[in-house]
Design a protein around this ligand. Structure first.
Ligand SMILES: [Zn+2]
Ligand SMILES: [Zn+2]
Length: 311
């Protein structure tokens, strides 16, 4: 399983990227921007059926963190739009990871949307891979060294952030990304899942590392169990205690945090370098998440992708 070593208390790019991206609506706003080239407030609102206040909050957060640029639609014009920056366009792997998981694990009918790799014409499936050996990464094959400690302050704002129900996220149209985010898309659940990948299993350990109120933690864990992402099992030598383990469905979520970690390392780590060094034990190399087409083995960028809404 995962080996975890805390080296020192240093920068928090991982933490920050989860704060920036935590939230189901954020991913759907990014879907519209990345795949449908939406830039206008009203178009985001109409396409998603999101409340204006929520949309404002999401867009402001993305602008504040330089994922989007709020500038005139035409040079010198009065009306402004929301344009993805380079940093924003580079979130493609996170969106693909969410779409791939929703398709594989949270849909029972035909896929509501798909991504085509234009260079070869095949759909992008299992497209998040190890940057060194180009195979899919199973969390059981990863060890890491961390230079960060979990932060204990500044999470008060999370406390009020709730799940957005899947039905609401899919009000305008069905989406695999929405289904993934309905499962893990509030910041707390995101962080709990991330802690699971770090090998955290016990209630107290989650609570201590995340500084999360016990009632909120209880509710989130319950919900993740109901979603089939976590399961409980008695602790080996203390059968009156139970611990939380990822199911296969939960393990498969790994691509989502991996892409977010890679993004944070690239855009937020600064001079300190990445706070987390991941090693893929299968190829025995340090790696990051990379987007690569399963069919033709080429690295994939936004320009190579065609998004098709199938409904
Ligand atoms: Zn590898
Ligand atoms: Zn291809």
């Amino acid at each position: 399983m995962l080996q975890h070593e805390i080296l020192s208390d240093s920068s928090c790019s991982v933490e920050r990227s989860f704060e920036i991206l935590g939230g189901a609506w954020t991913f759907l706003v990014l879907r519209e921007a990345l795949f449908e080239n939406v830039v206008q407030f009203d178009s985001f609102q109409t396409n998603l059926g999101i409340a204006r206040e929520s949309l404002k909050r999401v867009l402001n957060r993305l602008v504040r963190n330089e994922v989007m640029d709020h500038r005139p639609l035409v040079p010198g014009g009065l009306r402004k739009g929301y344009f993805l920056t380079e940093r924003g366009r580079d979130l493609l792997p996170a969106l693909v990871a969410a779409l791939n998981w929703g398709e594989a694990w949270a849909s029972d009918g035909p896929a509501p949307e798909r991504l085509i790799h234009k260079n070869c014409g095949y759909p992008l499936e299992q497209a998040v891979v190890c940057s060194h050996c180009h195979t899919a990464v199973d969390p059981r094959d990863v060890s890491f060294k961390s230079r960060i400690k979990s932060r204990s302050k500044g999470r008060e704002k999370f406390a009020k952030m709730r799940y957005v129900e899947q039905a609401l996220l899919e009000r305008q149209r069905p989406s695999s990304i929405a289904r993934t985010m309905a499962t893990i898309g509030d910041p707390w659940s995101f962080l709990i899942i991330r802690e699971c990948f770090y090998g955290i299993r016990r209630f107290d350990a989650f609570q201590q590392r995340l500084s999360i109120a016990s009632n909120i933690l209880t509710a989130r864990l319950k919900r993740l169990i109901a979603a089939g992402v976590l399961r409980t099992q008695p602790v080996a030598d203390q059968p009156h205690l139970s611990e939380y383990r990822l199911t296969e469905k939960g393990m498969a979520l790994y691509a989502v945090p991996l892409t977010i970690i890679a993004w944070g390392d690239k855009w937020l780590a600064g001079a300190n370098g990445p706070p987390l060094i991941l090693t893929h034990n299968r190829c025995d190399h340090a790696f990051s998440a990379e987007l690569r087409c399963h069919s033709c083995d080429m690295a994939v960028t936004l320009d190579d992708v065609e998004y098709q809404a199938l409904t």
